[in-house]
Design a protein. Structure first.
Length: 326
């Protein structure tokens, strides 16, 4: 796969924010883009996802995260799906090695191609699937804007640079989201996606075994919770999966915020939400389920995220197979 050099500087980040906010391609996305060219498109996607979730509900988390990971690298243009013969595509990069469900995207694409060949983009499929797995996990429904086209470039290194690591602090998280045109509220709302799915031990074991290089534990983690995590993960475990929202990791709800408030968020990036007054206030608001705005807010932030760096009009292409360029 072709790899492009990524320039990182404050000036570049400012331009990036401006580009994402003013990008005219955003205006070409709309709800119901396929209403005339493939009117059954979303029903076809939902049918496949409902079948998959019946037998493999644990795929909901990875398929939701796939949309995040796609949009944060080169924009929401399906580059996360591309294969590379030399294993240098986005999906081969360390931040993406825990993603699963590519075969589900392929299954959806095949169903759409059978009905409407060459019409629905892989980038739009990823966006619609993210919504449908959320709904299938008892989460909110939102209207997905469509009209994205597919990119032709996927870069191992750009995934390393653009995807925020689980050990990021609040300043890094805020800057990373702002670079994509997303604000502090979007950060804390979208972090709530950790309510479903699992994580490899390696994403958080430094917090419980060797936080500062002295064999210590992260002081922001509830000390009474540490033995529970240690019972699941050894210091060198690279394969075991742990629930991000224990007890309801297959159900999309607001209990993630309760965990964060109790200092039991799995990642440093979860704990960091208590280090900013705005994100902390939002966490505390969602803990009171009677006043929770999480479901509504999540849909709003997902729509915003789905506009990042999109290709529309004559840009890009509509891939025939999601894993390769035409």
């Amino acid at each position: 796969m072709e790899t492009l050099r990524f320039i990182s500087s404050p000036f570049f980040i400012q331009l990036t924010v401006l580009f994402f906010v003013l990008n005219p391609a955003n205006a070409q996305l709309k709800v119901g883009f396929y209403s005339k060219t493939c009117p059954q498109a979303e029903a076809i996607v939902k049918d496949v996802i409902d079948q998959v979730m019946t037998v493999a509900p644990s795929l909901a988390g990875p398929l939701l995260r796939m949309h995040f990971h796609d949009c944060f690298v080169r924009g929401c243009e399906g580059s996360i799906l591309l294969n590379s013969p030399t294993k240098r595509a986005e999906k081969d990069s360390p931040p993406n090695l825990s993603l699963r469900g590519y075969q589900v995207i392929d299954r959806v694409k095949s169903a759409l191609e059978a009905k409407c060949p060459g019409v629905v983009s892989c980038a739009d499929i990823v966006a619609i699937v993210a919504r449908d797995v959320t709904v299938a996990s008892q989460g909110p429904h939102w209207d997905v804007e469509t009209g994205r086209r597919d990119g032709r470039v996927s870069s191992f290194n750009e995934a390393l640079i653009n995807l925020l690591p689980p050990f990021a602090n609040i300043s890094t998280l805020i800057a990373g989201f702002q670079a994509k045109g997303l604000n502090v509220k979007d950060l804390v709302v979208l972090s709530g996606g950790h309510t479903i799915g699992t994580s490899h031990c390696s994403s958080f074991t430094p917090r419980i075994y060797n936080f500062s290089g002295k064999g210590d534990t992260d002081p922001t983690l509830d000390s009474e919770y540490v033995p529970n995590l240690k019972s699941k993960c050894t210091a060198t475990d690279q394969t075991t999966l742990v629930e991000m929202d224990p007890g309801s990791f297959k159900t999309f709800d607001s209990s993630y915020f309760t965990l964060v408030k109790k200092r039991r968020g799995l990642f440093q990036s979860d704990a960091a939400l208590l280090d900013n007054s705005e994100t902390k206030a939002y966490v505390e608001l969602q803990v009171d389920t009677s006043g929770s705005t999480f479901f509504k807010d999540f849909g709003v932030s997902m729509v915003k995220m789905g506009r990042i760096g999109v290709l529309t009009g004559s840009a890009g292409e509509i891939r025939k197979v999601c894993s390769m360029v035409n």
